[in-house]
Write a protein that binds this ligand. Structure first.
Ligand code: MN
Length: 290
């Protein structure tokens, strides 16, 4: 099942080339909570129940982030064997562990990534995202996939500066996600998917999730050895080789086999000089006056 939010929080299932509006299946919850409630209950809508549901043509559907405010976004640094070669040091996820991104960094498909700094590089990172269904702590490796509700596409946008990862990756708009969630029953081999990203139609990343260092089961087992995973938590599994900078006006498209295609645009309209960011100027001035 492909399920997502569209046209102002409507709940839709892609079925035979149209989108079926199943919003009324889940009426007891607010608009933003609808898909979350589906995930929490582990519902997969079966085809027979979709007979009398309004159908909307795909071209009339504007997809939104399927999880507008996940409880947690867990990120995997240096988790592809080939991406390690282009990183400044050769440490991997085995050394770094995971990081957290702010839930407020999420945007939906076709929304705009806003570059914060005019003089610091901001990179795209195309990644397979795991959506947790059943939560848990200390989830065993061989049970990990049973805790997955589904998969979606995510862009883990990152400023290349010296701050902690949680700072560099948490700017508003830095986590485009969507267009929908493909449920785990339809995607049983998350470790064997082609992942491609292009910028303005030019290929930048072309790899496969078979090159992940920590695969989906390891990420779930490891993360849940630290934090309690909850329904709707998102794990961004890491990015393969080919990361590079974004510029004003760019169009980024991530395609993941059997999952979908996620597009985002880029704007530098609100970018400031790095040295003008709030904090350092006044802090240094105060230090000098002591
Ligand atoms: Mn990443």
């Amino acid at each position: 099942m492909r399920i997502g939010l569209f046209n102002g929080g409507r709940l839709g299932v892609v079925h035979d080339g149209v989108v079926l509006d199943v919003s009324d299946f889940i009426t007891a919850f607010d608009v933003q909570g609808r898909l979350f409630e589906i995930i929490r209950r582990g519902i997969v809508v079966d085809d027979e129940s979709l007979v009398a549901v309004p159908a909307i043509a795909l071209e009339d559907v504007r997809w939104e982030a399927p999880l507008p405010r996940p409880g947690k976004i867990i990120g995997a640094p240096a988790n592809y064997y080939e991406h390690i070669d282009e990183m400044p040091d050769s440490a991997t996820i085995l050394d770094w562990g995971f990081f957290l991104k702010s839930p407020t960094s999420v945007i939906g498909p076709d929304e705009t990534i806003r570059l914060p700094y005019s003089d610091k590089r901001t990179d795209y990172e195309g990644e397979l995202a795991v959506v947790i269904g059943r939560g848990g702590r200390n989830i065993p490796l061989d049970e990990a996939l049973e805790h997955v509700y589904g998969y979606t596409c995510v862009l883990d946008i990152t400023v290349r500066s010296s701050e902690d990862r949680s700072t560099r990756k948490s700017f508003d708009t830095f986590t485009p996600i969507g267009p929908w969630i493909v449920t785990a029953d339809e995607l049983t081999r998350p470790g064997d998917l082609r992942l491609r990203l292009d910028v303005n139609g030019e290929s930048k990343q072309d790899s496969t999730t078979s090159k992940l260092i920590y695969g989906v089961p390891e990420l779930i087992a490891y993360a849940s050895s630290v934090v309690t995973l909850e329904p709707g938590d998102v794990i961004a599994t890491g990015t393969p080789a080919g990361v590079g900078p974004l510029a004003d006006g760019d169009v980024v498209t991530l395609d993941i086999e059997s999952v979908g295609s996620l597009r985002a645009t880029v704007s530098a309209r609100d970018a400031i000089r790095y040295e003008d960011r709030p904090g350092p100027a006044t802090a240094l001035h105060r230090a000098a006056a002591r």
